[in-house]
Design a protein around this ligand. Structure first.
Ligand SMILES: Nc1ncnc2c1ncn2[C@@H]1O[C@H](COP(=O)(O)OP(=O)(O)OP(=O)(O)O)[C@@H](O)[C@H]1O
Length: 506
């Protein structure tokens, strides 16, 4: 039945009423003429020529497409033109039905053919082939009800994929503190109910070595543990994604690439800031994102900065990153650092004196990775030199170089301290609400240096200055920049403090 003879289909009712005997093939032929005149020739050849008309039933023309992806693409990009074309030929209320006959590569069952109706309502916008419509978008006015899960085809078995997860990254190993409480709770909620929660997409950002990868992989591992193969999970770095995409294009496999990603239930992409300036990759990811999100699949991303601070990323992607929950990880406070150290050394079967943990927690303040590095260095030295009991003096000696190195990452806390030292005020004051002139000045300079000398986002800076919001930080930065232009004395003050900070991290 699927091998249609263009000349011998059913006749349409409308055609009969007009004394015209049209077959499915003839109706499709007329559709093609109209479509060909209205879209780019290459796209016409790629997407419409391979379609086969299958049957005509009243005002419904069934057409055969080679894959789920094909069906999805037509509905996403050519809905309007197809709908209006068939109506022109068969009259008001005419529509297409799709018969999806899978190509060999994705076929699980030799005779598998799936029928999908054309949507009853158009997407909010369409991207190609029509009168200059912008890209397909999902704004809040767009009713998803009518098209809920339109691409889920029962009976198609999911391909098993390697989730690419590090099994050590689990929630039980991720120490909770104020610095990560919100992100951690959201991550657990996502793992319990992937895709069906209000944190989709989930966007985690923060500086180097603060646990972003650990946290997002914990989601993947928990889903695998609790749901087994029910959800396909994939963790990938944005660099890997780009490389695969480039490779796929080079080998004419871009369509397979896209299909592969659209079939994933939980897509975890690390370090999305590396999409910056990669326009084609961004475009591909945009379409994958839309398809997954529309289909209720979970999307999880990380970046070293907040979405709006990522350079050279299309606005439409940035706005999507904020659809669900976007939250940051901050450097753990002293107590959390101490707890992490205890846990890491316990895991390695060695106990240290409390004063060693205190020493490390005080000296490694910018990254959990550095904290871990310190413990590992102590362990390695103890085992190499066959030392049973490392005391504080020994620990200080062993870690001396490492401390110098890690000091290169200046923290907001350090900047606050140095600015306050310079003005001779208590560092706590810049975190308080006081509006005394001298404190305001110190606070603004400290905020300005935090922005220019660390990788922290405006939100993180605001939080570390007594929970102020990002607009206060922007105001402070602008004020310091403006004043430096008009007052050489003030410019010199900022320069002096900056030099002190730089010296401290050398
Ligand atoms: N809260 C935490 N509890 C326990 N371990 C942690 C915590 N945060 C981070 N770590 C550990 O610190 C190390 C660095 O974390 P991770 O690689 O996840 O950081 P990241 O933010 O992804 O860094 P990068 O930006 O460099 O990719 C990992 O070994 C991780 O297990």
């Amino acid at each position: 039945m699927l091998e249609t003879d263009y000349k011998t289909g059913q006749k349409s009712e409308l055609a009969k009423a007009n004394n015209e005997e049209l077959t499915a093939g003839e109706v499709w032929g007329r559709c093609l003429e109209i479509i060909r005149d209205n879209i780019n020739h290459q796209k016409y050849k790629s997407w419409f020529q391979p379609i086969k008309p299958v049957a005509l039933d009243g005002k419904t023309l069934t057409i055969q497409v080679p894959s789920q992806f094909w069906y999805e693409w037509l509905e996403e990009h050519y809905y309007n033109i197809m709908r209006s074309t068939i109506a022109r030929i068969l009259g008001e209320g005419a529509r297409f039905e799709y018969s999806i006959v899978l190509e060999k590569a994705e076929q699980d069952n030799d005779d598998l053919a799936v029928r999908m109706p054309q949507r009853s309502s158009p997407p909010a916008q369409e991207s190609e082939g029509q009168t200059g419509n912008p890209a397909y978008g999902f704004d809040s006015s767009y009713s998803t009800e009518a098209i809920q899960n339109p691409f889920v085809i029962p009976g198609i078995r999911k391909h098993k994929i390697d989730p690419n997860l590090n099994e050590n990254y689990v929630f039980s190993q991720f120490i909770e503190g104020d610095c990560n409480r919100l992100a951690r709770s959201a991550a657990i909620a996502i793992a319990e109910n992937p895709g069906k929660n209000s944190f989709n997409p989930f966007f985690v950002y923060g500086g180097v070595g603060l646990g972003k990868t650990h946290l997002i992989q914990s989601i993947g591992n928990k889903i695998r543990q609790d749901f087994g193969d029910e959800f396909s999970v994939l963790y990938i770095s944005s660099d890997q994604f780009t490389n695969e995409f480039v490779h796929a294009i080079r080998n004419n496999r871009a369509r397979e690439f896209s299909m592969f990603y659209r079939n994933i239930d939980v897509l975890i992409i690390d370090d999305i800031q590396f999409f910056s300036g990669k326009e084609k990759t961004q475009e591909e990811f945009f379409h994958i994102f839309n398809a997954l999100h529309q289909d209720g699949k979970q999307i999880i991303m990380t970046s070293d900065r907040a979405p709006k601070d990522i350079q050279d990323i299309e606005e439409r992607l940035i706005s999507r990153f904020n659809w669900g929950l976007s939250t940051d990880l901050q450097m753990p406070d002293y107590e959390t650092r101490y707890a992490i150290l205890e846990k890491k050394s316990l895991e390695n079967g060695i106990e240290f004196e409390g004063e060693i943990f205190e020493f490390i927690a005080h000296n490694f303040k910018s990254s959990v990775r550095d904290l871990q590095g310190a413990i590992i260095k102590l362990l390695a030295t103890a085992s190499l030199q066959k030392i049973d009991n490392i005391d504080l003096t020994m620990a200080k000696r062993i870690l001396k170089d490492l401390i110098k190195e890690t000091k290169k990452h200046i923290s907001i806390e350090d900047i606050q301290k140095m600015v306050c030292d310079y003005f001779g005020i208590d560092p706590n004051k810049v975190r308080e609400k006081t509006r005394k002139q001298e404190i305001v000045e110190a606070r603004q300079i400290a905020m300005y240096l935090s922005k220019t000398m660390t990788k922290s986002s405006l939100k993180t800076i605001g939080l570390q200055f007594g929970g102020r919001d990002h607009s206060t930080v922007i105001h402070a930065i602008n004020a310091v920049e403006d004043r430096q232009e008009t007052s050489p004395k003030f410019r010199q003050v900022v320069k002096d403090i900056r030099q002190r900070v730089e010296l401290a991290i050398m």
